[in-house]
Design a protein around this ligand. Structure first.
Ligand code: S6P
Length: 609
């Protein structure tokens, strides 16, 4: 029996203490479990990610936080599921809209597509639609700035729902923070005759964002308070805590997984009830969520193979190679989503980790259709992989195949042969069903194989998606950790492209330098505008102006940090960063020399005394 690590067990609960980083909401806290993730081996990284993901399913211990399985959460899910059920029974002029920014918008798209497909399969009219801040381009790339616009959110929703009699609006904001979603929720509250708003997120309402939004009179918290006044009748809030992210603030990980678990449970239960003439019950919801908990356990029971993938991908990134996910079916969307998130999360280039889906935009089924004309970054079909990537593929690159027993194995096999002509660095993630006796000719051609077998069920494809999401999140996060992008459990080189990221950057600077928030903001602004002194027109400008300027610059947070740690000019900080291209090394070198400076100043002081 494996020995239990008690230090990890206590770290699991530490974040719940009121004294632990009290100035941050749960979604922005740093996870005590992962404070040394940057120095961990591939196997240990996977163990840490598993321990963090386990926090999603932790039972309610009667503390401040409600959890996924808390009665209050399940009860609200039940009410929302019953509302969906009613819409499915009488869909005329009705719509269920899922909306969010970044990953939350991408998951809104994934789920709306999945449940519309389920309706089409039953020859029913579709009732789902999605909104992602920034439009369909944001499904594949980072358009974080649109998150800050509450009016745009509201107008997009109003336009989408024109002429509808009844709309169930599901706004997803993991941090209870996106102004785009707040504007939409507020709009729903003002039109209760048509709209019923549901907010999904992972902070208590008292931790919803308090900052004012540009051109808007309410804060997110005030919108949530208004929803609370209507709670249970005309507005619903589903907000269990799932613990801090493994990489602080990276809500694409647990936030995304928990969003998928909660909403798929609600929608799948509503479908079953509506089409079997029964009603959604608490038990059905709980059983489905427990099913997802099993997905978590089954997936991480393959930790060694996940670690192999992560190590291979890490080596590729370290030597300037690429990681390509080649997927079939709905796993393609999971691959595209994971790859696209590396751009804002790790400041990665779109070619570093890239997803391709067998049928391209035909399989995507997004509102705006084929986006290939927007440039190479938007070329997502396997044929694009063959023409754009395959010719220059080498052993430096990692290729990961994602497919299931429902996909055309002959097609997978053809692709495997083409890739093998260029590289042997080929791996596969395959989901099969119990009793599946397929001959593993594909596995024989791969350097590593991760085969997961599942019991058959009507929702197994959603379980495959979650399992693949966990694996890919581990691969993309772990490989960037190995590349040296993370310091402790913070992404230091983040892109400061919206107000949430602007404030996160200031807090990271404060945590790592120990100086005041005001000094940190000044250092950040100097790095953004590339000036040694801050003129009045910069200090008086708004956050939107700062983030717009920051979006055209690189490495602003590392630059500001080096200036703060060494007390040097921007040009000196730049040359120090140039001599340490790996961000973690640069930070460590500066910390060592600043400690050295402090201790020699201390020595000097003690000599003087
Ligand atoms: C987070 C990801 C971001 C968020 C987006 C929305 O890992 O990079 O794109 O999804 O900022 O966040 P939220 O809290 O409104 O769901």
């Amino acid at each position: 029996m494996e020995k239990r690590d008690f230090s990890e067990i206590s770290d699991t609960c530490k974040w719940e203490s009121p004294d632990y980083e009290p100035w941050f909401p749960v979604s922005e806290k740093s996870n005590p479990l992962t404070r040394d993730i940057d120095k961990s081996s591939p196997n240990h990284i996977v163990r840490l990610l598993a321990a963090c993901d386990a926090q999603m399913f932790q039972k309610d211990t009667g503390t401040t936080y409600q959890r996924l399985f808390s009665d209050s959460v399940v009860l609200t899910m039940l009410e929302v599921a019953r509302t969906v059920e009613q819409i499915l029974r009488d869909p005329e002029d009705s719509l269920v809209v899922l909306s969010g920014c970044g990953t939350s918008g991408r998951l809104a798209f994934l789920m709306a597509s999945c449940f519309n497909r389920a309706l089409r399969d039953r020859q029913q009219n579709t009732v789902y639609s999605y909104i992602i801040a920034g439009g369909d381009r944001a499904l594949l790339t980072s358009l974080e700035a649109s998150e800050d616009d509450p009016k745009l959110g509201m107008l997009t929703l109003e336009k989408l729902c024109e002429g509808k009699r009844r709309v169930l609006f599901i706004g997803i904001s993991c941090g209870l923070s996106a102004p785009f979603v707040a504007g939409q929720l507020d709009f729903c509250l003002k039109h209760p005759d048509i709209y019923t708003p549901v907010l999904v997120g992972f902070n208590p309402v008292t931790q919803a964002r308090e900052e004012t939004m540009p051109g808007y009179s309410l804060t997110f918290r005030e919108v949530v308070q208004r929803m609370e006044e209507q709670r249970g009748q005309r507005a619903f809030i589903i907000n269990p805590a799932v613990g801090p992210e493994a990489i602080s603030g990276s809500s694409r990980m647990k936030g995304g997984s928990a969003t998928k678990i909660l909403l798929e449970t609600i929608l799948a239960a509503a479908h079953t009830a509506a089409f079997t003439n029964t009603h959604v019950t608490r038990r059905v919801l709980l059983d489905m969520m427990r099913g997802y908990e099993r997905v978590y356990s089954v997936t991480y029971s393959h930790s060694d193979q996940i670690a192999t993938l992560l190590q291979t991908a890490g080596l590729s990134l370290q030597c300037g190679g690429r990681v390509c996910y080649l997927s079939w079916g709905s796993l393609g969307l999971v691959g595209l989503i994971d790859a696209s998130e590396c751009i804002p999360t790790f400041g990665a280039d779109y070619e570093d980790i890239r997803g391709f889906i067998s049928g391209g935009y035909q399989d995507m089924d997004n509102i705006e259709g084929d986006l290939t004309s927007l440039g190479s970054q938007f070329c997502i079909a396997h044929e694009d992989f063959v023409s754009l990537v395959l010719p220059t593929l080498s052993d430096r690159d990692t290729v990961l195949l994602l497919y299931t027993c429902h996909d055309d194995v002959g097609d997978v096999e053809k692709m495997v042969h083409r890739v093998r002509e260029k590289t042997s660095n080929l791996h596969s993630l395959y989901h099969g069903l119990e009793g599946d006796t397929a001959v593993d000719s594909i596995g024989l051609l791969c350097s590593s194989v991760l085969n997961i077998t599942w019991p058959s069920s009507s929702t197994v494809h959603m379980q495959w998606e979650l399992s693949s999401k966990l694996v890919l999140n581990a691969v993309s996060t772990g490989s960037h950790v190995l590349k040296g992008k993370i310091y402790r459990n913070h992404m230091v080189d983040l892109q400061v492209t919206n107000s949430k990221l602007y404030h996160r950057a200031i807090h990271i600077l404060q945590k790592l330098s120990g100086v005041s928030l005001t000094q940190c903001e000044e250092a950040l602004l100097k790095a953004i505008y590339h000036v040694e002194q801050l003129p009045e027109d910069i200090t008086s400008a708004g956050v939107t102006t700062h983030t717009l300027t920051a979006s055209r610059r690189n490495r602003v947070v590392p630059l500001a940090l080096v200036c703060l740690l060494i007390g040097c000019s921007l040009s000196e900080a730049e040359s120090r960063l140039e001599s340490h291209p790996v961000v973690r090394d640069a930070v460590e070198a500066c910390l060592t020399s600043s400690q050295h400076l402090t201790s020699s100043a201390g020595d000097q002081n003690s000599t003087n005394h």
